[in-house]
Write a protein that binds this ligand. Sequence first.
Ligand code: ASP
Length: 435
Amino acid sequence: MKKIKLALHWQIIIGLVLGLLYGLLAANAGWLEFTSDWIAPWGKIFINMLKMIAVPLVLISLINGVSGLKDIAQLSSMGGKTIGIYIVTTVIAVTIGLFAVNLIKPGKTFSEEIRAEMVVQNEAKVKSTEERASAQQESGPLQFLVDMVPSNLFYSASDNRNMLQVIFFALMFGIALIIVPDSAKVQPIKDFFEGANEVILKMVDIIMYFAPIGVFALLGNIMVELAGEDPGAAVEILTGLGVYSLTVLIGLALMVFAVYPLALKFLAGFSYRDFFKGIAPAQLLAFSTSSSAATLPLTMERCEEKLGVSNKVASFVLPLGATINMDGTSCYQAVAAVFIAQVYGMDLGLSEQLTIVMTATLASIGSAAVPGAGIIMLAIVLGAVGVPLEGISLIFAVDRPLDMCRTVVNVTGDATVSTIVAYTENELIPHPVEK
Ligand code: ASP
């Protein structure tokens, strides 16, 4: 008899919905301590497992991918394309965000009293965001290149400190594997990485057995944390920021439901339904974890096994994308910056809006793929157009839910670009998508 197995996205949706329901119940019943003692740890364990697998996966998969390339020329053609498309999608995302916020003008209806109250309430948070942002900014123009090159691979890899440095090492190792003259000698190493890649993808499958429970715990805990001691007050703040949140959501929805489907259709001849079926579990996980880095293992597995992106392309394009391509974050930064300016009665002209396009693109590249990174880099965007930094205090309350949504877009964007690059490189292997 055939065992009936629920598709992964349904399993995650069930965990998510139950988590939301539990969170609502717990927040209203005041089960704060119970939730943090008995529910939250399961979410943490799940995130830890995802992080645990991320570095070995990127290292092994990328070495395996690069060593399978025909020659170095294929790598540079893939690299150029990937970075080019990543930049274009990010600029489109910022532009959409700017259009939405300029049309809807969510800041114009924002009440003066709530603004004053929020600035006072969130003073400490603004200060720490400012400090973290200025630490990021105090660096020379070539610092990003310096940051890419690890002085010690184990240091970069430990605690998932710097994925770009891990990528750098893996690329160099893979390139060296291709150019070693006596290929017979390195064949066992290539075979090793090929086998290890299979094993590590299986580990991702095993971790995913745990996904419904992990997602349940993450969502339950987030709801309780958001509601805090006073769920009534939380609801009031959320409705106050409703129009702003809606503007961000419209921008994000346009990316997911218009830009990516069109790009997939015209640049890769890929139907969005198939794409969606394949990638949905990764999108749901992105929503639950708010971290594209934690979602990366599943994004890679789904792109390879369900969308048919070859390991060569997926292992290169996706880890790079998780680190530097954040369309959702950049769209959000554009909306947030103009929203805050509107609340402060500032009218941003064309040159300021163009500055936002530039800085939001760069800031999203520089944002870490972890929860809450986008709002820190937002400080840099605000600084560039002269909008008061304390304005960030207005949007803290809704940052986490919006973070969850923008992370979905970040991950969807990476998967879209990997499909397009794979198609143009003849590396898209037709695959049956799981029903
Ligand atoms: N949480 C986002 C991510 O990991 C980054 C951000 O916008 O805060 O993709």
